[in-house]
Ligand binder design. Sequence first.
Ligand code: NAP
Length: 350
Amino acid sequence: MPATDAPILVTGATGFVASRIVEQLLSMRRRVRGTVRSLRTNRDLSLSPLRTLPNAAALELVEADLLTEGSFDRAAEGCSYVVHTASPYTLTVTDPQRELVMPAVNGTINVLASCERARVNRVVLTSSMAAITDEPESDRVLTEADWNTKSSLERNPYYYSKTLAERAAWDFVKQRRPWFDLVSVNPFLIVGPSLVPGLNTSNQIFVDLLKGTYPGIVGLTWGFVDVRDVATAHIRAMDAAPASGRYICAGEAASMRTVVGLLRKHGWDAGYKLPAIGLDNPAGDLIVRLGSYLQASGVGSYLRTHVGRVPRYGTSKIRRELGMTFRPLEQTIVETMADLQQWGHLPARR
Ligand code: NAP
């Protein structure tokens, strides 16, 4: 059995979510082992934010690839806890089986097999609301008992990859009865200030709103959660002995109209092309649905399954069992916008 000061393994340490988990663990003076696909010099840009974190001396970085069997054996060796976040997150792919499903599903099984061999105590899996629902139903509150049964390689393939990966993880535990127990965290749309330079797919929403990508205010509503709260939820799911099962992880749901209003309130309309025409009505929904067929297929199926729908979800389990509270969306947006500007992700003002 691993020693009590054993390192905590975080897979995909350079990711938007994982880097925040690493940051918080180091601030708690925990030992961390992070996996990255490559430690070569061209990765300096994403590795240096990790290597310069406070207490970074307690961070060890090792290479591992989701697609290589046994790749995580060395990384998991001697660890007590493993937080498995690595998984491709993108809506625009040309080969969803190869680019999304294989790394998500085979990667999860590879990581769990390494954890089984290393006899770790607990694995916290970063799953997603994508494994809960393919298209939110405005008149029903989603809970941890819900599973996405509609996504496929053609329809919301990223959602499909997350659903198959989480199912594979629970099946692994049921069939193999490993030493470790499994807990999953299922966040909705994760936004927030980034420790790493890349622009995350979810923060891209703010950039798109400023760039005028949307023809108007469309009928989309997102369940938002701050990346720093998601990181805290993972650590609590790891540390809280009675934690079990799945945890929906989300703060406020807000419509595009609300988000645009907050951006205007904080001065992000000057020099930018924030949408103004109201398409958040039945006629607008129809226009968006028709227009969705002109978009890349991943984006198109997302629009068709989400426009005009308001996600409703219960967060009582994560609040009660993990003591989670969530930052107000307005605060997250203000801090995210400043961060996007600092990383140079925002278009120039006109
Ligand atoms: P991200 O910044 O793109 O991070 C994804 C990580 O996965 C990266 O570190 C990436 O490594 C790694 N990865 C991808 N393919 C890999 C492979 N073949 N081998 C090893 N590592 C690989 O995305 P994120 O938003 O932080 O997502 C982290 C997790 O949260 C994912 O499981 C995602 O599904 C889940 N999630 C995200 C959201 C959201 O809104 N962002 C919402 C719900 C759930 P490289 O740096 O080498 O590419």
